[in-house]
Design a protein around this ligand. Structure first.
Ligand SMILES: Nc1nc2c(ncn2[C@@H]2O[C@H](COP(=O)(O)OP(=O)(O)OP(=O)(O)O)[C@@H](O)[C@H]2O)c(=O)[nH]1
Length: 313
């Protein structure tokens, strides 16, 4: 119970800068007597300025326009209406990561640009699975940098889970192969693989992933079962271009968005949901292991719009 509450508080706190930005953009528009076209245009622009993107802003505008509100709408009314629309957009993509009964281990490749929070996210996902009593193993497949290998080893130790790692510059695919073999023998449920999947150049990423696939295919045709793209919300609209490019070169199966706490640009979560419809497995609102969770679309929509700050929920 208290865990739930504290996550709710973290969400509201995390999205505070986003909801303040949205509120700031809306303030002044709401005092108008009725929702004429000019006010609707201004609200639409305010939503775009909040990183929700033009498509989401247009949806909200349509909703407001079709409401035929014959009364003065307060700021809270507007926030409530926006929150409902955002919830509708987020609901279909709020898909928690599931571990299938078979085959085990389930192989999850984690990709993302440098500094997106990839390594931390792997640790946080591991923590989530451990909480659900799954056996977890990590693979330090980002062999480009010794620091990345070291960092993942520290996380593995903290989590108390095994890790397969090699030397800097080593072959990621053979580490993954070893991980699946060991994981099969040890009864591992989920193998989470860090990758150097970073888009320094597209062909390198494609080569890396296709080699991993090829090698994995010898053990299990369906692996990798998940290819998870980690995105840093503070990059705003740039996160959308990253999805576009990664989708082109890797078979991205789902997203994790991090650093929603450090930014006024959290609206990009909704823009991504609307534009791509890819599952968003979890969101990160802080640096500790507990700060990554599958999300409740209603709670997130209300945190983004700050609706609950107003009605005292
Ligand atoms: N505030 C906040 N910080 C985060 C979050 N997720 C990750 N970070 C921080 O972001 C920084 C980068 O995270 P890493 O996990 O090292 O990122 P990476 O993508 O693996 O980066 P490289 O190892 O450089 O490839 C670290 O300081 C993390 O603590 C989050 O949800 N919120």
């Amino acid at each position: 119970m208290s865990e739930q509450k504290s996550w709710g508080d973290k969400l509201r706190f995390g999205f505070k800068r986003t909801s303040e930005a949205l509120g700031g953009n809306l303030t002044g528009l709401i005092t108008k007597e009725k929702l004429d076209d000019e006010t609707l245009d201004e609200i639409e622009e305010a939503l775009i300025a909040s990183d929700l993107g033009p498509a989401v802003a247009a949806r909200v505008r349509d909703r407001l326009a079709s409401g035929r509100y014959d009364r003065h709408l307060s700021e809270l009314d507007i926030r409530e209406i926006v929150a409902e629309e955002l919830e509708d957009i987020l609901r279909p993509v709020a898909v928690p990561l599931e571990i299938d009964a078979f085959p085990r281990p389930q192989v999850m490749l984690v990709i993302g640009v440098n500094g997106s929070g990839k390594t931390t996210t792997i640790a946080k996902l591991g923590h989530l699975f451990l909480e659900d009593d799954y056996n977890v193993m990590l693979v330090a497949g980002d062999t480009f940098r010794a620091a990345a290998i070291g960092q993942l080893k520290v996380w593995a130790e903290r989590l108390g889970v095994p890790i397969i790692s090699g030397e800097e510059g080593g072959d990621a695919a053979s580490l993954v192969f070893e991980g699946v073999k060991r994981g099969t023998d040890d009864g591992t449920d989920v193998l989470i693989v860090d990758t150097a999947g970073r888009l320094q150049n597209k062909s390198h990423l494609m080569d890396e992933l296709s080699k991993i696939r090829r090698v994995l295919g010898r053990l299990n045709e369906e692996a990798p079962h998940n290819v998870i793209l980690v995105l840093d919300a503070t990059t705003g609209q740039n996160a959308l271009s990253q999805i576009e490019v990664f989708k082109e070169v890797a078979n991205v199966t789902g997203l994790v968005m991090t650093k929603l706490d450090g930014t006024a640009r959290g609206g990009v979560l909704v823009a991504a949901a609307e534009k791509f419809g890819l599952p968003i497995h979890a969101i990160g609102v802080g640096e500790t292991l507990e700060d990554l969770r599958p999300f409740d679309p209603r709670a997130v929509a209300r945190a983004i719009t700050g609706a609950d700050e107003f009605d005292g929920e």
